[in-house]
Design a protein around this ligand. Structure first.
Ligand SMILES: C[S@@+](CC[C@H](N)C(=O)[O-])C[C@H]1O[C@@H](n2cnc3c(N)ncnc32)[C@H](O)[C@@H]1O
Length: 277
């Protein structure tokens, strides 16, 4: 991010790493056959807060005025206790300078969590632990000066708006509300340990970015954000520290492009090039 100029991107979408829940180094060692198991690592909550704040501060710098930053986040177990990470996170983001806009609940119609079984065994007050079937999708915006009309949405031409008209045929059902029911990915569908579904990020990209706008995922993992952006004709950048995940993302992106060419045999090679920056 440090190499990118100020006010570059229109939309950021991401799901940050949970260092205490997923040990990505361990997971990659397992992928590479170096170990047959991987375990959690312990990072202090303060260290984790500083890690996130540093990155989202830099993200604010490279986001255009009015641009959005959409973050998928959920409470996690920290030293045996369920922590209110999403709610602390909103405070940290506001301290950095992001404006809070929306809280969307991502409800998973199929979830394997069975916490609620405890009350079946002990049907008494004090034994209620609901199954965890939801995560949050928080939307933040880079504040703008409304008088200056420097907001990226204000300066779109009528033609550009028309070319980006959103299909609202299934809008009134669920998309118009702040609870989205989307099936999570099954482990065999993606090599990454915690990908978010394509449908989720496609909604976000359609709602907040115009065609050819630049979309960034600062923890892109298997590249679901890049795949969605590519499919919807937005340019995109994905950042991750794990080469294995980036190789996998690139492979899937190329497969998607190849498929596009097969369906659209009139396309030139140039048109088939990825929009990845
Ligand atoms: C929750 S996952 C993102 C999954 C992604 N949304 C997807 O659908 O595949 C978080 C990612 O952050 C990456 N990561 C961890 N530390 C990082 C860092 N310092 N900078 C960039 N990426 C990092 C991990 O390798 C992991 O792929």
């Amino acid at each position: 991010m440090q190499s990118l100029p100020d006010n570059l991107i229109t939309l950021a979408v991401t799901s940050p790493p949970y260092f205490n829940a997923i040990n990505y180094d361990g997971h990659r060692d397992k992928l590479n056959g170096k170990t047959d198991h991987w375990e959690r690592t312990e990072v202090s909550y303060d260290e984790y807060r500083d890690f996130l704040k540093a990155r989202f501060k830099e993200l604010l710098r490279i986001t255009q005025p009015g641009g959005h930053n959409v973050v998928n986040i959920a409470p996690v177990l920290w030293q045996g206790k369920r922590t209110a990470l999403p709610f602390h996170f909103v405070g940290w983001m506001e301290e950095i300078g992001w404006t809070f806009k929306e809280d969307i609940v991502w409800e998973k119609p199929v979830a394997r969590d069975r916490r609620s079984g405890l009350l079946l065994q002990h049907p008494y007050p004090g034994y209620y632990y609901p199954s965890l079937v939801a995560e949050y999708i928080f939307v933040f915006q880079k504040t703008t000066d409304s008088k200056k009309r420097d907001n990226i949405y204000a300066r779109r031409s009528k033609e550009e708006k028309e070319a980006n008209r959103i299909d609202l045929s299934d809008y009134q059902g669920e998309k118009s509300k702040n609870v989205w029911k989307i099936r999570p990915m099954a482990p065999q569908e993606n090599l990454h340990p915690c990908p978010y579904p394509l449908e989720l990020v496609e909604r976000v990209v359609e709602f907040y970015a115009y065609k050819d706008d630049l979309v960034l995922d600062i923890f892109t993992g298997s590249g679901q954000t890049n795949l969605a952006a590519e499919k919807l004709g937005r340019r995109h950048i994905g950042i991750d520290t794990a080469k294995e995940y980036l190789d996998y993302a690139r492979e899937r992106l190329n497969a998607q492009l190849h498929q596009g060419r097969l369906f659209n045999s009139g396309d030139s090679d140039k048109e088939g090039l990825p929009r990845a920056a």
